[in-house]
Design a protein around this ligand. Structure first.
Ligand code: HEC
Length: 455
């Protein structure tokens, strides 16, 4: 169940009055508890202005959401669910705690107490329609303006039953030549899966084909050609964790369900050069779809700009996952627990950030776990100080957006990050292993940091 939202108790009953031409300042007696005298809200006059601002970018024909809210009949049919979803803080989706208790995030979507009240009174009252004329239309479906597209090759994913690290999944990497004409910066992206139900995540890596790979005597292109040729009947190659052993690990961004248009904070971008290609990694999850044999081709739209002031660098780490490679073997989660916790930490230096750099701003955060994930907590410790910078109280794999900070937290040279994830392992019979399969688990921190242009 969703957590009780404290905003509920701050509900007021005054809001719709000014919309009817009454003064915005209402007499105290009316604002305190004489709700019966407040006019009954209508859909078009009172609810639609809220849904147009905060819901219908997704909830319209062709939008991300499964039903429309820019239509009276459709909204009326779902009035109870709408009220529950907004009062419970489930809609509009915003996975990280954003009540000021942990991190200060950019947040244009949260409903105010007055808006919650209007929706509640409409949904539990007469659900009147009102007059459509003059009501605000739904905003356009979000699209990354000025972006250029490429798509991954059409592919029908299959499962390798012999691979214990990915029981129901296929991870495939594809080389893409984006035709970059000059050194530039990626300042926004939009990933549109061909088949949403099977695309679990997409990671874009930057690779310079002409440069030497980490394998003696081979360029990155030699390696990618070999990998691709190994399965001539299928595009791309199998890859976990990174683009492939031997290729440099240079992630540009990670997409997961729930992200739509992502724009980097203004003045920041991820550098790419005219010599670069991309390796696009697509994680197909076939857990509920084994045998469905759907063919996917995923569209990636990128926006480039010629100049930025700071580099936006994607840092991902996962102490649970990396325990797979430790000599004493992987850590596991005990089965049969409602709250199996796992904690890991890294110093700033261990995140491969140059110790000579001054305090580094964290621009955004994207927590990642799989289906047993319950909660996520990211802290920064510096000297005796410790601060929470991102917390998820009720994990939902469908809403893995990048959450941008209004006040970026700082990583100073001596600081470290600490991540705690909890998992519900009650359905597991054996200890749960870390891994890339959806039935394995991750406790994955992804942050975007701002670095100076010249290191
Ligand atoms: C970013 C896109 C997006 C926005 C903004 C959004 N929704 Fe949704 N909504 C979805 C998607 C996708 C689903 C289906 C998946 C799910 O439930 O998580 C959904 C599901 C729902 C449901 C079904 C029940 C439930 O709780 O899952 C309701 C009701 C709902 N939304 C109401 C709203 C309202 C009201 C708003 C605005 C206050 C809103 N949504 C804003 C995308 C969105």
């Amino acid at each position: 169940m969703k957590q009780h939202d404290p905003r509920r108790s701050m509900r007021t009953t005054t809001m719709p009055l000014h919309a009817r031409g009454l003064p915005a300042v209402v007499p105290l007696a009316l604002s305190l508890g004489c709700a019966a005298e407040a006019p009954e809200p209508t859909f078009w006059q009172d609810v639609a202005p809220i849904t147009a601002a905060k819901c219908t970018a997704c909830h319209q024909e062709g939008g991300l959401a499964p039903f429309r809210l820019d239509d009276y009949t459709s909204a009326k049919e779902r009035a109870g669910a709408i009220d529950d979803a907004v009062q419970g803080g489930h809609m509009p989706p915003f996975l990280v705690a954003h009540d000021g208790s942990c991190g200060d995030f950019e947040d244009e979507s949260t409903l105010t107490a007055a808006e919650l009240d209007i929706i509640h009174r409409w949904a539990t009252g007469a659900r009147a329609e009102g007059e459509r004329a003059g009501a605000p239309p739904a905003p356009p479906v979000p699209t990354l303006e000025g972006g250029v597209d490429f798509t991954t090759p059409p592919m029908t994913p299959v499962v390798d039953p012999a691979n214990p690290l990915a029981a129901h999944d296929e991870w495939r990497c594809f080389q893409v030549d984006p035709g970059i004409e000059a050194d530039r910066f990626i300042t926004g992206y939009q990933v549109t899966p061909g088949v949403r139900s099977i695309v679990h995540h997409v990671t874009l890596y930057r690779v310079t084909p002409s440069e030497p790979s980490l394998v003696e005597g081979k360029t990155n292109q030699d390696l990618m050609t070999e990998l691709d040729d190994a399965s001539p009947d299928r595009p791309g190659w199998e890859c976990f964790g990174g683009p492939a052993d031997g290729l440099p690990f240079q992630p540009v961004f990670g997409w997961a369900p729930g992200q739509d248009v992502v724009e980097f904070p203004s003045g920041t971008g991820a550098p790419v050069t005219s010599k670069d290609h991309f390796v696009v990694q697509v994680h197909y999850n076939l857990h509920d779809h084994a045998g469905a044999r759907a063919e996917d081709s995923t569209r990636v739209r990128l926006r480039y700009e010629d100049t930025v002031e700071r580099r936006a660098v994607f840092l991902g780490d996962d102490g649970f996952l990396t325990s797979l490679f430790e000599p004493e073997g992987p850590d596991t989660l005990p089965p049969g627990q409602q709250d199996a916790a796992y904690t890991w930490s890294r110093t700033r230096a261990e995140l491969a950030l140059d110790p000579a750099l001054p305090p580094i701003e964290v621009l955004g955060v994207m927590p990642h776990m799989h289906e047993r994930g319950r909660t996520f907590d990211l802290r920064v410790a510096s000297g005796a100080q410790e601060s929470c910078i991102a917390r998820v109280d009720d994990w939902d794999v469908h809403w893995q957006s990048v959450y941008w900070y209004r006040t970026p937290p700082l990583l100073d040279p001596g600081s470290s990050v600490e991540v705690t994830c909890t998992f519900d392992t009650r359905d597991a019979e054996a200890p749960v292993l870390p891994g890339w399969g959806t039935q394995n688990e991750m406790c994955n921190m992804n942050i975007l940091v701002a670095l100076p242009m010249t290191p």
